[in-house]
Design a protein around this ligand. Structure first.
Ligand code: SF4
Length: 254
């Protein structure tokens, strides 16, 4: 115990020296691409440093669509502007991603509902589990769903493959809610409503996954890349959308 209590922390210089020794001891380290003779290029080992790990950690979170405010906390950044740079997506890449995914939009039954880039961007808005084409909600930037974000049962719901992880996560949350409702001996209509939502979202996700699986590997890879770009663009949007029920206004006391 005494030994553990008196053990000193690792100094930054010790960590960098150890990291350098480890990086230099790796026999072959290849960068992306090849030289004119087709041999793999050497990776620049001077780029391996502790800060690079931190940077990669943040970038991977941003690419996976971790919300901006969550990543800001994980990175312990003082300002969200510092975190924002991990979400930078050029307009050109975003446009290409929209073009790619607009062809793979489905409806709330999981049936194909491809649309043009213009429709994707101008006549729909991103809500938590997919695109929404309900005009008043589009006008309100996604903050005015008339039926409290029950997208799986809504004729205006238009998800594309970039929403698959969000849909899968939501299915898990709904299942957990159903378990809780059952344990609480909630009324049948509560369980029935949750089950119906789970079934509807599962159908959307299943059909989307099956359609993707039937595509050639190269096209699937393009869709995955486009999905990552759009998830990142959405996650970097400081305008947070949550399926919350607005609190009723309280009358000010005289
Ligand atoms: S339920 Fe979903 S798709 Fe339907 S109007 Fe509301 S946000 Fe849009």
């Amino acid at each position: 115990m005494t030994h553990l209590a008196t053990r000193r922390h690792l100094h930054a210089s010790y960590l960098s020296e150890t990291l350098r020794l480890w990086a230099d001891s790796i026999p072959h380290l290849h960068a992306e691409g090849t030289d004119p003779d087709g041999r793999p290029l050497d990776f620049d080992r001077s780029l391996i440093c502790a800060y690079a790990f931190r940077h990669s950690y943040a970038q991977r979170h941003a690419d996976a669509g971790t919300p901006l405010d969550v990543l800001c906390e994980l990175m312990d950044h003082k300002s969200v502007c510092t975190t924002q740079r991990y979400y930078t997506v050029s307009l050109k890449r975003k446009r290409e991603a929209v073009t790619k995914l607009a062809a793979h939009v489905v409806d709330h039954h999981g049936r194909p509902r491809p649309c043009s880039d213009t429709t994707y961007e101008l006549r729909s808005v991103a809500v938590p589990y997919g695109g929404c084409t309900e005009p008043s909600n589009v006008k309100a930037g996604g903050n005015s769903c008339p039926i409290r974000f029950q997208c799986a049962g809504c004729g205006f719901y238009r998800p594309d493959p970039s929403y698959l992880p969000a849909i899968e996560q939501h299915i898990n949350e709904l299942r957990a809610d159903r378990e809780s409702a059952t344990a609480m001996d909630a009324a049948d209509f509560v369980i029935t409503a949750l089950t119906a939502q789970i079934t509807a979202f599962e159908q959307v996700a299943d059909r989307m996954r099956r359609r993707l699986a039937a595509l050639p590997a190269a096209e699937r890879a393009e869709i995955e890349e486009a999905s990552t770009i759009l998830r990142k663009a959405r996650a970097g949007n400081t305008h947070t959308l949550l399926p919350l029920t607005p609190a009723p206004r309280t009358t000010p006391q005289p």
